[in-house]
Design a protein around this ligand. Sequence first.
Ligand SMILES: Cc1cc2nc3c(=O)[nH]c(=O)nc-3n(C[C@H](O)[C@H](O)[C@H](O)COP(=O)(O)OP(=O)(O)OC[C@H]3O[C@@H](n4cnc5c(N)ncnc54)[C@H](O)[C@@H]3O)c2cc1C
Length: 412
Amino acid sequence: MSALDSSLADAKHAPNGLAALSALADGSGDTVVAAISAVARPLGSGGFQSATGEDLYIAEPARVTFGARTSDLGVSVSRTALMGALSTAAGVGAPGGVEVVWQSAVRHFEVVQGEEGVLKVDVQLETAGVTQMVRGVDVLVGADGLWSGVRSAVDEVTGRVPTPRTYGGLMWWRGSVSYSAVEARCADIGRLSWAQAWLPRGASLGYIRLGGDDLAWFASAPRPADAPVEGGSPLAEFLAEFGPDRGTTPPVYAAVVAELASRGEAADCIYRGPIYSRGVPSGPGWGVGPVTLVGDAAHAIFPSMGQGACVGIEDAVELAACLAAAWRSQPLVGAAAAASRGTVPAALRAFEAARAPRVTRMGVESARVYHLSALTAAPGIWLRDTAYSMLPQWVVDRQFSWLFSYKATVVA
Ligand SMILES: Cc1cc2nc3c(=O)[nH]c(=O)nc-3n(C[C@H](O)[C@H](O)[C@H](O)COP(=O)(O)OP(=O)(O)OC[C@H]3O[C@@H](n4cnc5c(N)ncnc54)[C@H](O)[C@@H]3O)c2cc1C
């Protein structure tokens, strides 16, 4: 069995994001997982380290005990490669495939009675500065992220109180760098496929190997959300915070910093910004009528557990399963439409109710780990680091078994 074949076999039981995609019907799930695996890297050993680079908690594939015992921790893949694989699988731009209208934003919507009394949506879109109404839409899914316009429109239509966004107190810098260039500076980078060091002043530095020669890196440090960029550029600011002058960066991470410093302006493609979380909407559901939300639009979580996109993918698959079941039992055309009155809204409310407990728990756990990584008081840091270094791996793993034992609903 080739390496790809073996990773595919594992992916059937893989951690949650891939497990959700595997559940797509007619073999399409396997095709999508194969396409992602081809541009991804199987996740190897990785975990959290102290400010001196000492291992505190390392998840090793051979020893993981998430849910059913499995040596599969999933894969790491860049956002660009993931989007490429997903859009190819969906046939974006191909005849008969998904049609995408770029530069188009939902501004407003109205739930209306369609023919035979079936609820529909009239959607106001703004495309390249031109406003237009698209009438009689069957389902509107707000998948528009943390600043979701669809969610704001639902808040407006229903009159519910908007859930606030929470700033976690940390500014983030992130980007990618050549793995082999960093390895040439410090061979120890190859020991772990991902790691995050918790630094003394509430800061952290981390990296994760992706497909090809890509090494994604990320760093965080306490700042007000609206803090201006210091030193003239995100790179200068990053180097002032994590460069050799601070003297607190363990060697592997220092190699990443040194590589970025050596690239100078070429490395200045750094995403710098505050990171927020946002809980699910208040009230009985996330949407209204034939309108719903998925992903960050419904529940943005702190990135401390690398789960935001994974639970968004879970949402998409579970939503597809709910809609497929509703439409299969009562097609929304002709005479049957009258009988199906309310079917789509009911399917969407069922989807939201089924997802809310899991994504809420995910948000709580992610916030816990997020704030743990940002401790500044010495006694708290000592307690955290001692606890993590002394606890057996299986005890820490058990905290996450509920997350990885997720079984996706098969989309038939
Ligand atoms: C530093 C960091 C690290 C992370 N690491 C991981 C990780 O390792 N693993 C993981 O699973 N997740 C991770 N995440 C989380 C992940 O990036 C998000 O959860 C994920 O991108 C959410 O996907 P989404 O499609 O719901 O929203 P988004 O990715 O935000 O996409 C929303 C899209 O909607 C578009 N849009 C916005 N407004 C409108 C509108 N009005 N009309 C139409 N379109 C609109 C936007 O342009 C955008 O393309 C991380 C996040 C951060 C910040």
